[in-house]
Write a protein of this length. Structure first.
Length: 329
DNA sequence: ACGCAGGGCGATA
DNA sequence: TATCGCCCTGCG
């Protein structure tokens, strides 16, 4: 089945920049594959795996968004539309956000640098958890590659004209994968094939020491931390249950809450957000991550997640990061 | 080449 | 309760 429809800019509040939103390195999921003018990803909609393709005319933030969806089963257009809106942050009111940023002189400059930038929500919460664990102490390109490797090795493949796409493996599958090549080798016992290459283990995906965290986290997600219950919890309860997962500290927990479950008041503090908050709000005096987190949540309230996203993008583009780096020397 | 960046953890006082 | 060295990989 193939569905094609438009989302007009009148259907959401504020601008939207598809390219910027997908490429801004948010830890919800790797950037979508770009092919033939479309950003593409396999997304589960109403229980069916659907290839979703999204296209926006270049450099026109008010152009209608073109969506094409392909799947085996029939999927209701309204369901696809609502999934796309959720993932691309089209339900967020950027006019309202900008009004908030406008009132604060420290944040006002972010507006011009972040036109149309929206929170890129996870289409799969479990994938978001593993992405966020993989992102800790790690560069964007590397964790993007790791997640794509994991999908290729243990996900289910779906073939389309534009290429093969893979689901993210379930917790049940991921908790049982070998951690490193030695463990993979042991599965063969004495029927070890000659010249066999061991590349179906987690370490081979470049996740490093996080491999055992990922396996344990998958096991806990299957047995203890029920994802569907997360949505009903208060922010604090949800935070406290996530932090129980290995490899999940405050920063990663806040990323999962923000991108995976839509808790907009989460304020994930990595070293750079810490430094930027210090620079913008404390005259460059060093603020420790836990204090920056509390400050952000109290000061930005329901806008905290967006402020974090905008602050970082602004700091990169405006040269603030370069300025901070120079001053460290 | 080789030292450093990046978040979480477990040991230390 | 706060601080510190270590984990792994990619980059300058």
């Amino acid at each position: 089945m193939k569905t094609r429809f438009l989302i007009d800019s009148k259907e959401y509040k504020g601008q939207f920049d598809l390219d910027l939103t997908i490429k801004s390195g948010q830890t919800s999921q790797p950037a979508w594959r770009y092919n033939d003018g479309y950003f593409q990803e396999l997304v589960e909609v109403e229980g069916s795996n659907c290839l979703i393709k999204a296209k926006q005319k270049h450099n026109d933030l008010d152009a209608p968004l073109e969506i094409v969806a392909e799947s085996m089963e029939d999927v209701d257009e309204e369901s696809i539309r609502s999934a796309v809106r959720e993932i691309l942050g089209l339900n967020d009111d950027l006019n309202d956000l900008n009004a908030f940023l406008e009132k604060e002189f420290q944040l006002k400059p972010t507006i011009d640098f972040c036109k149309g930038l929206r929170l890129f929500r996870a289409h799969n919460p479990f994938e978001c958890i593993i992405s966020s664990i993989s992102s800790a102490n790690c560069s964007i390109i590397r964790w993007n590659r790791s997640i794509n490797d994991i999908k290729k090795k243990w996900g289910k493949d779906y073939r389309f004209k534009s290429g093969t796409f893979y689901t993210f493996p379930t917790p049940e599958i991921l908790k049982n994968v070998p951690e490193h090549d030695l463990e993979e080798m042991q599965q063969f016992e004495d029927n070890l094939p000659n010249k066999f290459i061991f590349d179906k283990n987690l370490k081979s995906c470049g996740v490093g020491y996080r491999a055992k965290f990922i396996i344990k986290a998958a096991e806990m997600v299957e047995n203890e931390l029920i994802l569907s219950k997360m949505y009903k919890k208060s922010y604090e309860d949800a935070f406290n249950s996530l932090i129980e997962l290995p490899g999940v500290g405050p920063k990663v927990a806040d990323c999962i809450l923000l991108y995976g479950f839509g808790y907009k008041k989460a304020f994930p503090v990595d070293v750079w957000i810490g430094r930027i908050v210090s620079e913008l709000y404390f005259n460059g005096k060093e603020i420790k991550p836990p204090q920056a987190r509390v400050f952000g949540m109290e000061h930005f309230g329901e806008y905290a997640g967006y402020v974090q996203l905008y602050m970082f993008h602004y700091a990169r583009k405006s040269g603030l990061i370069d300025f901070i780096k120079k001053n460290k020397l």
